[in-house]
Design a protein around this ligand. Structure first.
Ligand code: PAF
Length: 280
């Protein structure tokens, strides 16, 4: 397995394509966990060659967000990738991705302005720009994304379609800890008490699922119920709790078909997100 910068990675991927080999890409910001490994394993099953990109993308962090404290551990990540049968890690420098004079970007419309986009107005332009660059550099056949970032998958899929990027976006299920907390690189920041509090995200979503199964259909009441559960945790503060259409991300009033319940919650200083599909 090689660890390559931009020029070498692009040349290697081009050589693989020339040989007729299919390429699966798992884009990550490193600090790999079981969630990433499930994406890598799926890519390994479906492609001749697997690339994992590891790049903490400054463009998707707002000025007061956690870019500096985002966890990084390339050595550990490389060992995990090697074990999972990855062929190449693409590990560019920020200068390679954003050379002096860089001033372009990919923005997506309404899908990027709701949910996380409300409190992170530039986030999805940063995500789409870096993912678009990864696609252009490596030209994968398939790219693998986790459902935990549901809005991200929907936006990236829209972008790939809208801009004819010729890559299949594969969505994989959220991987959870035994108690239900969604795996996230940011969980590393939680101290023992916060780790316990963090369970309120999954508890709120699960409780909403139970209420829908028992006949609840009014999304306002369900959102209030989820908020109350979360706000009863001392270290938790809600960024958003919403129930939306799983394709358009538009708000839903009454649940008549499958909907997406999505939330973002600060546990202390750490912002966590999670979501589930609710079916009447
Ligand atoms: O989900 C992530 O880790 C990032 O948003 C991604 C897709 C790697 C782009 O930087």
């Amino acid at each position: 397995m090689k660890i390559a910068g931009a020029a070498e990675a692009a040349a290697t991927a081009a050589a693989w394509r020339k040989e007729g080999l299919s390429i699966g890409l798992t884009p990550t910001m490193g600090c790999l966990h079981e969630g990433h490994l499930s994406l890598i394993r799926r890519a390994r099953l479906e492609n001749d060659r697997v690339i994992v990109s590891i790049f903490v993308n400054p463009m998707q962090f707002g000025p007061s967000e956690d870019l500096d404290r985002y966890p990084r551990d390339l050595e550990r990540d490389a060992a995990l990738c090697r074990e999972a049968g990855v062929d190449m890690i693409f590990h560019p420098t920020p200068e390679e991705m954003y050379p002096e004079g860089f001033q372009s970007g990919i923005s997506v419309g309404a899908l990027a302005q709701t949910l996380c986009g409300k409190s992170r107005p530039t986030h999805f332009t940063g995500v789409c720009t870096v993912v678009g660059k990864l696609f252009n550099l490596l030209r994968p056949d398939r790219a693998y994304f986790g459902r935990k970032d549901a809005q991200q998958v929907i936006i990236v899929r829209r972008m790939a379609r809208d801009l004819n990027m010729g890559v299949e976006i594969v969505e994989c299920p959220t991987v959870r800890e035994d108690d239900g907390l969604a795996k996230s690189s940011r969980n590393i920041h939680l101290d023992a008490a916060e780790r316990k509090s963090a369970l309120c995200l999954f508890k709120a979503l699960s409780s909403a699922g139970e209420q829908v199964a028992a006949g609840a259909r009014d999304t306002q009441a369900l959102v209030r119920h989820m908020r109350d559960l979360i706000e009863s945790e001392v270290s938790a503060s809600v960024d958003y709790v919403e129930i939306v259409d799983p394709d358009s991300l538009a708000p839903v009033g009454r649940i008549e078909k499958k909907v997406l319940a999505a939330l973002a919650v600060f546990i202390g200083k750490t912002r966590l997100i999670d979501n589930v599909l609710l079916e009447p």
